[in-house]
Design a protein around this ligand. Structure first.
Ligand SMILES: [Zn+2]
Length: 57
């Protein structure tokens, strides 16, 4: 499964349908609705990914 953000393959499974991308440090979830991407903040909580911040990665 390639990362939906960077298209890279440095991803790992972290839950039932949760994946983590080591390149952009985001977590994403895949279900029949599509792909949801989450950022991880300094405290380790998941927050909605804002594509406007993509330049930070
Ligand atoms: Zn990525």
């Amino acid at each position: 499964m390639n990362c939906p953000v960077c298209g890279g393959r440095a991803t790992g499974k972290v839950g039932a349908s949760h994946y983590y991308c080591w390149d952009c440090c985001v977590e994403y979830r895949i279900d029949k609705e599509g792909v949801q991407v989450f950022d991880i903040d300094e405290e380790g909580s998941l927050v909605s990914f804002d594509p406007g911040n993509e330049a930070l990665y």
